[in-house]
Design a protein around this ligand. Structure first.
Ligand code: SAH
Length: 392
């Protein structure tokens, strides 16, 4: 029997609504001994069962729920969760892609865990102490479930420190060349699982990359914040005449060149190592333009305090992007800042349009791909905004 965590009577009914987090301030008392990462039963102030989860009293999020059933947490439990996660991806990920997010933490009932699949390899991120204990079990389960050749742990994310966890990158299964080739929407992308950003690649935009097809045929395209050129390669593949990819990171630019070469687009894709803010400013001052401008910057804010500064950043690049877009052309613009809502992002775009003296027709507002589902009760799981707009 697991120790029991009694919640206070005077808390908000977040858990009842379906949110998996319990903050330390919501705990009334604990019956039994608990250590960091232990499995606990959670009940309300009157003892009514709410769920089973793991506890870490050193974290702000004291308990994260794994299950709403009074059950044992063991390898069999994780196998079931992984199978559930896999069944969605089987239906939601096209046959022309072999890279996708298999587990998106809270949304897949596995809080604090990210598992990205890259062909025959998995890149795993464990973000919470209670999940860390199960790493060995999880690695074995996914290896067997998907007959993987290797699993890498990308536990070099700073949020781990909030849980008292060390930062490290290591092979958990097999020793393999971490530079792998995957298929995305039929295009070949090289991903460096050891040194690449995040788990190696930005899988959340897969469906949006395919979505640009009708807008880029025959077009001149600017792909700003290109990373390894995923949008650039898609644009070239869908018939763009000329594509310029801009990123500040030299490794990313090497990646663009490699991906351009592997897909046969060396004469179409031009990779430029530059600060996108400078590039956009100089280009829009230089009087030339593009038929399609793609903006996919990193999150400009990771907390509420820096939202105003982030808004200025988004406004700046979108204003420049609009100015650079030929009349009747398209601005394809993203924000992955959770703290800037969809409405706020559209508001920033409206301000940018006003200052750029351009009329902007919104064609589509989309979010992250279906392999990054959102948990209705946990708005934190929805972060990506992707807007296609025609600019006049
Ligand atoms: N569009 C990419 C993902 C972009 S992630 C894709 O589809 O895969 C954000 C990228 O912005 C990173 O590659 C990072 O190196 C780059 N970046 C961050 N600050 C930048 C800046 N000021 N100018 C240009 N690139 C920048």
């Amino acid at each position: 029997m697991y120790p029991t965590v009694y919640l206070r009577r005077d808390r908000k009914p977040r858990v009842e609504i379906g949110h998996p987090w319990i903050f330390g301030s919501e705990i009334g008392r604990i019956a039994g001994e608990t250590g960091p990462g232990d499995i606990v039963r959670v009940v309300n102030h009157a003892g009514a069962f709410l769920g089973v989860g793991y506890i870490n009293d050193r974290s702000q999020i004291a308990v994260r729920l794994l299950s709403r059933t009074d059950e044992e947490i063991n390898a069999e439990f994780f196998r079931r969760r992984l199978e559930e996660a896999r069944s969605l991806r089987r239906q939601a990920v096209g046959k022309d892609s072999d890279c996708y997010r298999l587990v998106y933490g809270e949304a897949d009932g596995l809080p604090g865990l990210t598992i990205d699949i890259y062909g025959r390899y998995a890149s795993v991120q464990v973000l919470a102490l209670g999940m860390e204990r199960w790493t060995g079990v999880l690695v074995t389960e996914i290896r067997d479930m998907l007959s993987l050749d290797g699993v890498i742990l990308r536990n070099d994310v700073p949020v781990r420190q909030l849980e008292g966890l060390p930062l490290e990158v290591r092979f958990a299964e097999g020793e393999f060349n971490p530079v792998v080739e995957v298929q995305e929407n039929g295009w070949v992308m090289t991903v460096d699982l050891w040194q690449g950003q995040k788990t190696g690649y930005f899988l959340d935009q897969r469906e949006n990359r395919a979505f640009i097809a009708p807008f880029v045929a025959g077009a001149t395209v600017l792909d700003c914040f290109s990373y390894t050129g995923a949008f650039a390669v898609h644009a070239a593949g869908y018939g763009a005449k000329q594509v310029t990819a801009v990123d500040i990171s030299p490794q990313a630019i090497l990646g663009v060149r490699k991906n351009a070469e592997n897909n046969g687009f060396t004469s179409t894709i031009n990779a430029v190592e530059s600060n996108a803010f400078d590039y956009l400013r100089e280009a829009s001052g230089g009087g030339f333009g593009y038929d399609v401008v793609i903006l996919d910057p990193p999150a400009f804010t990771k907390n509420k305090h820096s939202v105003p500064a982030a808004r200025r950043g988004y406004k700046e690049i979108n204003l420049r992007g609009m100015k650079l877009t030929h009349r009747g052309g398209y601005l394809v613009t993203s924000s992955c800042s959770y703290h800037l809502s969809r409405e706020e992002f559209l508001g920033v775009l409206a301000e940018a349009a006003q200052d750029a003296h351009r009329q902007v027709k919104v064609v589509a507002v989309r979010g992250q791909g279906r392999d990054h589902p959102t948990l209705l009760a946990a708005p934190e799981t929805e972060y990506l905004k992707f807007v296609v707009a025609q600019v006049f």
